[in-house]
Design a protein around this ligand. Structure first.
Ligand code: SF4
Length: 362
């Protein structure tokens, strides 16, 4: 399971694979101690790992899906989406045969929709070219959206290939264990040197689990750490300042709907706008009409609710106006009336889903 920020780690790591080899593993974890280290970590993992649905399977499709969903997204937010997505697309063939729109609709609410598009493209390649799921990290690396981390995670967990993973959690654990600033190439080499090749998938997950639950960024819980005796720093590492969020913005959204035949909202329609297909963010997704300026004049009675919402590095304050259309001169104000019972089949943005749910519309 990869940690937030691991995409950046992977990108940096991929760029530095050719760096010269460092001395592998610090002196505290070498020779016989290497075996003890591995056993201690695996024993701790066996006894303490969180029960997560993707840990109950060796199906590469399910592991792949979990790894992609967990990129930049918390475990708690992934659980329901993972289950629903697998109900709709239980295997790679079903995913490849679906429409992109249906895939994006099932992804709706998870954000970072490029992940869903790449997943879909990779599924189509697997169905067309591979005659089954690629069974090693090298072949997996050739697929869209699968980088070094993801290829190693799938190959080690599903096929027991002895390849180490490095995500943000593993990077932090290794830096603290060894106590020196490692280059990205060195981090991958240390991870590989520590790997227990008898149980590579479990060992990789144990390292990530350690970083996610014990060797956490702010206050590492060293007293309960299974590898404390091999750790040079025991948490005494200057902490980097957390990256500050960069932007704050306000937007105004128009929530307009028409009642249907009097049997409640489900038979009604709501006005939605489709984002441009070439937009850099969430292309082709449907959302409520919105503007960075409020309509003027703006009657006080038009304001319904205010939401907080974050997309990538921007925090939005979202003012929702009920049944107050935005001026027609705004391109984002023009939209289509969409039947509410069609909404589950179309890709809508997470913000729009949040507002429609809050209004009891979906
Ligand atoms: S002892 Fe503390 S700092 Fe070292 S690996 Fe364990 S939790 Fe992290």
């Amino acid at each position: 399971m990869r940690a937030s920020g691991s995409i950046a780690v992977e990108t940096r790591l991929a760029a530095s694979r050719t760096a010269p080899a460092p001395d592998l593993v610090n002196s505290a974890v070498s020779g016989k101690d290497l075996g003890r280290f591995r056993r201690a970590l695996l024993r701790w993992y066996d006894q303490n790992r969180r029960d997560l649905p993707w840990r109950e399977t060796r199906d590469p499709y399910r592991i792949w899906l979990s790894e992609i969903m967990l990129q930049q997204t918390r475990v708690a937010a992934v659980l329901d989406h993972y289950r629903i997505f697998l109900e709709r697309f239980p295997n790679v063939e079903a995913l490849a045969a679906a429409s992109e729109e249906a895939v994006l609709a099932a992804w709706s609410g998870l954000g970072y929709y490029r992940r869903a598009r790449m997943l879909y493209q990779a599924a189509q390649q697997i169905a067309e070219q591979h005659g089954g799921f690629p069974r090693n990290s090298e072949a997996l690396l050739a697929l869209p959206g699968i980088g070094r981390y993801t290829a190693a995670a799938i190959a080690s967990i599903a096929f027991a290939e002895p390849v180490a993973v490095v995500d943000g959690n593993v990077e932090r654990v290794l830096q603290r264990l060894i106590g020196i600033n490692l280059t990205t190439a060195q981090i991958w080499q240390h991870a590989q040197a520590l790997l227990a090749s008898s149980r590579p998938g479990d060992f990789n997950q144990a390292m990530m689990e350690l970083g996610a639950t014990v060797c956490v960024p702010r206050e590492p819980r060293c007293l309960m750490c299974p590898v404390r005796k091999w750790c040079v720093t025991q948490g005494e590492v200057p902490r980097a300042e957390p990256p500050s969020r960069q932007k704050k913005k306000q937007i105004w959204c128009a929530l307009e709907w028409r009642d249907g035949d009097g049997n409640g909202n489900k038979n009604g329609k709501v006005r939605l706008v489709q984002r441009p297909r070439k937009a850099s963010l969430m292309p082709g997704m449907w959302e409520l009409p919105q503007s960075s300026e409020p309509p003027r004049p703006l009657p006080v009675s038009a304001h319904w609710r205010t939401f907080r919402h974050s997309i990538t590095i921007t925090d939005y304050t979202v003012h929702v106006l009920r049944n107050t259309p935005l001026p027609d001169t705004l391109p984002a104000a023009k939209g289509k009336w969409i039947a509410i019972d069609r909404i589950p089949q179309i890709p809508i943005t997470g913000l729009t889903r949040k507002i429609l749910k809050a209004g009891g519309i979906i």
